[in-house]
Design a protein around this ligand. Structure first.
Ligand SMILES: Cc1ncc(COP(=O)(O)O)c(C=O)c1O
Length: 351
């Protein structure tokens, strides 16, 4: 059983949903599937933004948002590996990136970017839920701060391990690109990238050269308007997504967010009692990923014993790889499952 940071556990019901016969993506059936997914994503995430889907991992849309939203200059705020990744993506796409480095384990806050959004900053990007540190920053507060300094700057939020696990308050955030993939809290195999996109970003894209083909949001939008995909879509995964969204909507999003909070609380309590607590600062802790200070624990030995009992968790990542390990508690896993995992971990510690 996977309690990893992603890909995560996929239930047998989701696999069943993905085993429907193939259809072509220029059919009436495809249009219906595509349109249903778009509407259900909007409903689940409480947003009116455009919903774009492509075959790929989330990074394709991190790259796409930057390529469409900035001709030359961005500001990247980072407090971990994945914030650094977006900065790298912008730089490799030829943008000049101003950087704000926030210490690992701390949340990015409006005061960190005071006076940093220049007149010519076209886009500001950061990660909502930093998967290397387990910090969930307040992206609504950050987006408001960006706009107070430069109302024309676009906002791109990497929500890869936040979407469908924690309430992103998208209407208040009013971001221009919010990006995630299928292999995290949607609890599906990897292979669908999703971008929520604003009218402002589409307008800006018209004046930005070199948007590519696969990542050209104007081309994607034109097809999306008639429930078509620009290139061959991951139809089987989309069947799974349609199914998972139905399941989520019948659970209720508030109940789902509450379930994630309950699992996070269990892991934090365990980490306080059995390890050296969790890594991220109080008040900004992720409900989808527990990043545990592992002290002198030999993680590899511990993890091989845990795997022998049928459980897999994730090692630390980036600069805190040797100091932490991570427990993913998102998607379709349950408090009961987390209790069993923690009991299995206890039994190994007691040996
Ligand atoms: C916060 C965050 N951003 C970006 C990525 C990269 O996503 P993908 O591998 O789907 O491109 C990950 C992957 O774990 C992530 O956790």
């Amino acid at each position: 059983m996977l309690y990893t940071v992603g890909p995560v556990f996929v239930g047998p019901d989701a696999y069943d949903a993905m085993s429907k016969p193939m259809i072509t993506h220029r059919s009436k059936e495809y249009k219906e599937l595509h349109g249903n997914i778009v509407e259900k994503v909007k409903k689940a995430l409480n947003t009116d933004m455009e919903v774009f889907l492509v075959a790929g991992s989330a990074s394709v849309f991190l790259e796409g948002a930057i390529r469409n939203g900035a001709a030359s200059k961005t500001l990247g705020i980072t407090n971990g590996s994945f914030g650094n990744r977006s900065i790298e993506i912008a730089e490799l796409n030829g943008k000049a990136v101003d950087k704000v480095q926030v210490p690992w384990g701390e949340a990015m806050k409006p005061e960190h970017i005071a006076g940093k959004v220049a007149k010519d900053t076209e886009m500001v990007h950061w990660v909502s839920n930093e998967s290397s540190t387990g910090v969930f920053s307040d992206s609504v507060a950050l987006a408001n701060e960006v706009r107070s300094q430069n109302p024309d700057a676009l906002v791109m939020v990497d929500a890869v391990t936040a979407a469908f696990a924690m309430d992103l308050r998208l209407k208040e955030m009013d971001a221009d690109a919010v990006i995630f993939g299928s292999q995290k809290a949607l609890a599906l195999p990897p292979g669908i990238a999703v971008m929520l996109c604003s009218e402002r970003l589409l307008e800006k894209a018209k004046s930005v050269p070199n948007r590519g083909f696969y990542t050209d949001l104007l081309k994607i939008k034109k097809q999306n308007d008639v429930n078509y995909a620009l290139t061959t879509p991951p139809v089987s995964l989309m069947y799974g997504m349609d199914y998972q969204l139905d399941k989520m909507l019948s659970e209720g999003m508030q109940a789902r967010y509450e379930r994630h909070r309950e699992m996070a609380d269990m892991v934090r309590k365990w980490a306080d009692e059995k390890m050296e607590g969790v890594f991220p600062e109080e008040g900004y802790r992720s409900n989808s990923i527990g990043v545990v200070n592992r002290g002198s624990l030999d993680f590899d030995a511990f993890h091989s014993k845990l795997k022998a009992k049928g459980y897999e968790i994730s090692n630390g990542y980036g600069d805190v790889k040797e100091k932490t390990f991570r427990i993913g508690h998102m998607g379709d896993v349950t408090p009961k499952g987390i209790r069993e995992l923690l009991e299995a971990m206890d039994s190994i510690l007691e040996e």
